[in-house]
Design a protein around this ligand. Structure first.
Ligand code: BGC
Length: 751
């Protein structure tokens, strides 16, 4: 059937190729775009700005008619390749100008083969893992006719109450920038017109992660300096990596919702960054401008969005309903409309859609094939973070256990291990931890499984006695707890980020058996674990690991491979500490061990004085439970010999900073070496520490490696009070280590 559509386009394609050879792809696209613009009616131009949802398929007939009339430029949420090919056929062959469609879908961490949630992938601290996940997702999605994904999400994830932290690449500007760029390259490759590549979308521009109180869609308060230093760089990095499109945020910034924000879209994106792709709204976010209270009606919403430079409208129809009138009234100019259309057509040309709009699934590797599963397993392995391992309870030595109790609602649930945004996944592909543990244990070890709770939210303790019996009758207990998929993701925010339901009670009761307990946690966010951390011997934090959760976790538990994940976010002790992140400002009164006093140590009727007061909460410790960048291994690494090749640098120079890492244990293992820098004094306050480089290396037992980082003075730059990007002279402190608590320290001066 598909072959019917793959017409004899070849002769036409040859003419294009010849022209491109002579003139360059961009110039040819520009000529072709202008050719089209000259032929298009206003209605056809507006059609290109409309991204229409096809969910449910009920509007399919109406949609086809609109396509014939050139009233739709892009669709989202259609995944049936036959339907997609048919729609492309109508657009290309039955509409007047034959402009192909963009076919969008949220391919966030896998299409059919599901990789760890983005926050989990970030814990791998490995751009190759992120690249490979996106590359495979692109192949699988493209095989079905999808040519555009709404990823990567580049928002800063500093508030774990926010459900969408699951979709972020963590809390840190630099880490997100590196991994976000890797994801863009994975989706797009170097040639976007290859049939197995899809366009990416850097979202949500900008500031969405700062939604107040971690409540989704909430307003934000981000001073411009903070916006430029913290929130914008990952977007710039994604655009430098070639991201074809940008999506606006649902939130407002400085009183103006992102979808109508001229400062973001015109000033930053187009003027300063020279972005030449197109900007799409978020779901109905143009229509929502009036819900925000920015506009009185849809027509004004369309005006504000178009005027701010938003090219394409997702789901709502304010453009299709009102732009024509706005143009007739000369409130939106033809030139503005042409710019919007040509931004979109430019991406259609870059994708090669005019040459090959159709897909032919048999031309692609099979979905969920062995290679894809192997990559998903490796990603899940490298994402898991070992947070605690007392008395080396891990890895489990098969020969020394006869019975293992596997307990918990997440041990054998192929759906819940997948996480948020898995519209196209089929849980029948999932390999669960229970099955993998049974397989790896072999016949000599008995596995005693008790689900114990219906879901992670269950309040009942009805089956706890079965779990305790299983624990009592086993040598070791592996608990699979955390959060089901639905507790994170869009609009799934929590005010209390402790373990939900009756899980704490289950842990306490099992802990009372005195058996060694390994807690495997799956979750879409950092959880506050202080109330159970001492009740278990080991904690392996697996996030939502995806299709291959089982084999990955089993390999880690049984020591086929050593854990190598590092936290991409700070883990608070209790919810009230959030937002807590390592790159905080020093304040004028930073806490010290000497000034810290716990609530329990305060004498009754004690005088209140301001002298000596510092910045902390009385009722918890001032440190987090686990710092950013932290993660244990089965081996131990020794850091030494921090060497700087100079003590002073001038503007424009590079400094080489290195350290020696020695594997003093007896495991082959990977380690992420992290470089942090502090700009001690500047014209605006700077963070106490900022990640400036990291390298994931492998070390054999007894092996030493020297890891070097080259830091250019541009890497030390920031936006000053006038919002200029500057590097200021002064002292810089440098740390290299295995987490943001890195201890090896030195300093240099920029003069
Ligand atoms: C989300 C976007 C997503 C879009 C399309 C919105 O609700 O905020 O991130 O890409 O839906 O599904």
């Amino acid at each position: 059937m598909q072959h019917r559509f793959i017409f004899k386009q070849y002769s036409y394609n040859y003419i294009i190729m010849y022209r491109e050879l002579l003139m360059g792809t961009d110039s040819v696209s520009k000529i072709r775009i202008n050719d089209l613009l000259n032929k298009m009616t206003i209605e056809e131009k507006i059609g290109q700005l409309c991204l229409v949802n096809t969910t449910g398929g009920s509007h399919l007939e109406a949609l086809k008619n609109n396509l014939k009339d050139g009233k739709i430029g892009a669709i989202l949420n259609e995944v049936n390749p036959d339907v997609i090919n048919e729609l492309q056929y109508i657009a290309v062959k039955e509409s007047r100008l034959g402009i192909p469609l963009l076919i969008g879908r949220d391919v966030i961490h896998g299409f059919k083969t599901i990789f760890p949630i983005p926050l989990g992938q970030a814990a791998s601290w490995n751009p190759d893992i992120v690249y490979e996940g996106a590359r495979i997702s692109a192949i699988e999605a493209a095989s079905q006719g999808i040519n555009w994904t709404f990823a990567p999400m580049l928002d800063i994830g500093r508030d774990p109450r926010w459900g969408r932290v699951a979709e972020t690449l963590g809390e840190d500007t630099y880490l997100i920038s590196v991994l976000g760029a890797a994801m863009v390259s994975g989706f797009q490759g170097t040639k976007l017109n290859r049939k197995d590549r899809i366009a990416s979308c850097a979202k949500h521009f900008a500031g969405y992660g700062a939604s107040e109180s971690g409540r989704d869609y909430n307003t934000t308060n981000i001073p411009e300096n903070e916006l430029r230093n913290t929130h914008l760089p990952p977007f710039k990095a994604a655009l430098n990596a070639g991201a074809a499109t940008v999506m606006t945020s649902f939130s407002d910034l400085d009183g103006v919702p992102a979808s109508a924000n001229e400062f973001l879209l015109k000033q930053v994106l187009r003027k300063e960054w020279k972005f030449d792709g197109f900007v799409v709204s978020d779901w109905e976010s143009i229509k929502q401008l009036s819900t925000h209270g920015l506009t009185p009606n849809d027509k004004e919403s369309a005006f504000e969005a178009a005027n701010a430079g938003l090219d394409m409208e997702m789901a709502s129809q304010t453009y299709s309903e009102h732009l024509f009138a706005l143009i007739n009234e000369s409130r939106i100019s033809m030139q503005q409309l042409d710019t919007m259309v040509s931004n979109i057509l430019g991406i259609k040309f870059r994708l090669g859609l005019f040459e090959l709009p159709y897909t032919n699934p048999p031309d692609f590797p099979e979905l969920v094939n062995e290679n894809h599963l192997a990559a998903a397993k490796e990603a899940a392995i490298q994402s898991a973070v070992l947070l605690k391992n007392e008395n080396n309870v891990l890895p489990i030595v098969k020969e020394s256990v006869k019975t293992i109790a596997v307990i918990g609602p997440l041990a054998d649930d192929g759906y819940e291990q997948l996480g948020t945004w898995v519209f196209d996944a089929d849980e029948r592909h999932s390999q669960t931890p229970l099955n993998a543990i049974k397989e790896i244990s072999g016949e000599d070890v008995h596995v005693n499984y008790v689900r114990a709770m219906e879901s992670t939210r269950s309040k009942s303790s009805q089956f706890f006695s079965d779990a305790i019996d299983a624990a009592n009758n086993s040598d070791i207990v592996v608990l699979f707890l955390g959060e089901e998929s639905i507790l994170s993701g869009e609009a799934h925010c929590r005010a209390d980020i402790g373990l939900p339901g009756n899980q704490v009670e289950l842990i306490k009761q099992i802990s009372a058996t005195g058996k060694p307990i390994i807690l495997v946690l799956m979750a879409g966010r950092a959880l506050a674990l202080e109330n159970i951390v001492n009740d278990v011997d080991a904690i392996l934090y697996a996030w939502h690991p995806g299709t291959m959760a089982g084999p990955a976790i089993a390999d880690l538990l049984f020591g086929k491979v050593s854990p190598s994940g590092k936290l991409p976010v700070t883990f608070p002790r209790v919810t009230g500490q959030v937002p807590i992140y390592y790159s905080q400002k020093n304040t004028g009164k930073p806490v010290t061990p000497e000034t810290y006093m716990h609530i329990d140590d305060i004498q009754p009727r004690m005088h209140q004085v301001s002298v000596g007061n510092t910045s902390y909460h009385l009722d918890t410790h001032y440190t987090p439970l686990f710092p950013f960048g932290f993660g244990l291994s089965y081996t131990e690494f020794n850091y030494s010999h921090l060497v700087l090749d100079k003590n002073e640098i001038h503007l424009g120079e590079t400094i080489n900073i290195s350290a020696e890492i020695f594997n003093k244990g007896c495991w082959d293992a990977m380690e992420t070496v992290q470089l942090y820098i502090r700009d001690v004094s500047a014209s605006v306050t700077r963070p106490v520490k900022e990640l400036k480089g990291f390298k994931k290396i492998s070390l054999a037992p007894g092996e030493t490696k020297v890891v070097s980082f080259q830091i250019h003075t541009d890497d030390l730059s920031f936006h000053n009070r006038k919002m200029q990007r500057v590097t200021e002279p002064g002292k810089f402190i440098v740390w290299i280590g295995s987490s943001s608590n890195a201890e090896l320290q030195s300093e240099f001066e920029m003069i």
